[in-house]
Write a protein that binds this ligand. Structure first.
Ligand SMILES: Cc1cc2nc3c(=O)[nH]c(=O)nc-3n(C[C@H](O)[C@H](O)[C@H](O)COP(=O)(O)O)c2cc1C
Length: 486
């Protein structure tokens, strides 16, 4: 709970309070699903509590950092030797030092920003989409759905493409490649017609880009026949991919729109046109909310709004679904997948890789927390690989694909009953309410505030386990072949 109070300040005052540790770094690791990494960051356990006596700084939110450290030391003391873990991978045959790239957006829109990102440890960047169209953006241009702590659940933008000229963008690519030859620069481009696609592909190639990403997917375009209009039309996808394929020798990724029923169809067209890989997903057409006072959806631009692209944590399940369908499609089996949509932690990234992505791209979490999130993407992935005994990223790319089968082929004769852990249970009764009003009435709640299961009614849906705020319900006994016993 103390961890939730921390807001991850920039240049955090707590840095000055402690002698031997960076509390912000440790708490950030915990928040980004990397508790083991947080533990690794504590050197000498006893020294970690030592304070600078002459320091007047205070945490603005009075977070009890000592309590967090104590808890961390108690929950795990495993320290893995992860120095030699090799995170290198590839994107359409181009080597990446690790699987983490910035996706095309504001986070990779200027030289100085990309430089800082590279110095932080990002392996590469897809530039903000470069185009020949005049771009004029509105203000404000974002809105968000938030959780109870104020973090983004999902994020909507009504932005279009790069506001910088083709020349400025090409100069950026040239400079990045000359100063960071081992980092990967993907030129994201979008044309209005064949000539523009050809021109942009040739310019990007001349500037030294490692790959070209075809933006067939921006949902906010003002020009008809561009952005997600293309991604929804397999013939145009094939045509423009072919134009680019014939204009460059470097690998080509087609970036797909999720505003479609079956992404395999345009992906096959992209492959036919000569694409080497698929990048997915771009943002989902959305309305995050309507302001009930002004009666205008957000973001409000002078009293009006428009549909916009939705990204962030809420879209990850949709992105994973599209990736899995394409990665399991025989007609697409030699394509490279660059996955994105809602990646915040190393665990999110691993999920994309298990379903077939050799690398992942990120925007919204960087917009929310900064380039520094790369620290825990890398550290968390290293610890995961060490624990699982994977010596290289390709050892686990795609290995979960085969575990996805059609619903009618799932085994349906086993019931997994819930098992209550009464040591952890706080007697809140949330499991009881959900089972009563949204389940099968299989939980009794007695006067001692203890839930018990009526096995004759339970169908093993596990709603109780999902709503339990204490993680006090486990999967337990199984019933096979219709014999009920809880
Ligand atoms: C503010 C913003 C601007 C974006 N601009 C572009 C763009 O210019 N070109 C593009 O291909 N995708 C663009 N995207 C989409 C992202 O690259 C990415 O596909 C999407 O946001 C999903 O990833 P995320 O959940 O990590 O943000 C943009 C996304 C955001 C949030």
């Amino acid at each position: 709970m103390e961890v939730h109070k921390c807001v991850l300040c920039h240049d955090a005052p707590c840095l000055k309070i402690y002698k031997n540790i960076s509390p912000e770094r440790i708490i950030r690791a915990i928040k980004f699903d990397n508790v083991k990494g947080a533990r690794q960051l504590i050197g000498d356990e006893k020294k970690c509590f030592e304070k600078n006596t002459d320091c007047n700084e205070e945490c603005p939110l009075n977070v009890n950092i000592d309590k967090i450290l104590e808890h961390l030391i108690n929950v795990t003391d495993d320290k893995e030797d992860i120095d030699n873990i090799d995170l290198s991978t590839e994107i359409c045959g181009v080597k990446l030092e690790n699987p983490f790239l910035l996706s095309s957006s504001i986070v990779g829109s200027r030289y100085e920003m990309c430089k800082r990102a590279f110095e932080h440890g990002w392996a590469g960047v897809a530039t903000k989409t470069i185009c020949l169209m005049p771009i004029h953006e509105s203000s404000p241009r974002f809105s968000a759905l938030k959780d109870w702590n104020g973090s983004f659940i999902g994020f909507k933008n009504i932005e279009q493409l790069s506001e910088y000229s083709v020349e400025e963008n090409m100069e950026m690519i040239r400079k990045l490649k000359s100063e960071f030859p081992n980092k990967v620069v993907i030129a994201s481009i979008m044309g209005r017609n064949e000539e523009e696609w050809k021109y942009l592909a040739e310019e990007a190639t001349k500037a030294g880009a490692d790959l070209i990403e075809l933006n067939f997917s921006c949902p906010n375009m003002k020009y008809e026949g561009t952005g997600s209009d293309v991604g929804q039309d397999p013939n145009t996808v094939e045509l423009y991919t072919k134009v680019v394929r014939n204009s460059t020798h470097i690998p080509v990724l087609a970036k797909m729109t999720p505003n479609i029923t079956d992404m395999r169809v345009p992906a096959i067209s992209a492959k036919r046109g000569g694409a080497n890989g698929i990048a997915a997903i771009n943002t989902i057409k959305s309305i995050t909310n309507v302001d009930i006072d002004s009666l205008v959806p957000e973001p409000q631009v002078n009293g009006k709004s428009s549909l916009g692209g939705y990204s962030g944590q809420a879209v990850k399940p949709i992105a994973l679904r599209f990736i899995a369908e394409m990665a399991n499609c025989e007609d697409l089996n030699d394509m490279c997948y660059s996955g994105m949509g809602g990646i915040y932690s190393w665990k999110d990234a691993v999920e994309f890789m298990l379903l077939g992505c050799t690398n992942v791209q990120v925007t919204t979490s960087v917009m929310e927390y900064g380039y520094r999130i790369i620290d825990d993407l890398i550290l968390g992935l290293k610890i995961f690989m060490k624990e699982k005994n994977y010596s290289k990223v390709s050892d686990f790319v795609g290995i979960s694909k085969c575990n996805l089968i059609d619903n009618d082929k799932l085994e349906k004769d086993t019931i997994e009953f819930p098992k209550f852990n009464y040591e952890k249970c706080i007697g809140c009764g949330r499991c009881y309410i959900s089972c009563k009003d949204g389940g099968h009435n299989a939980i009794k709640f007695d006067e001692k505030r203890q839930p018990t299961l009526d096995g004759s009614k339970c169908v093993g849906c596990q709603l109780c386990r999902l709503v339990c705020p204490q993680n006090a319900i486990n999967k337990a006994s199984k019933r096979i072949g219709g014999v009920k016993n809880a």
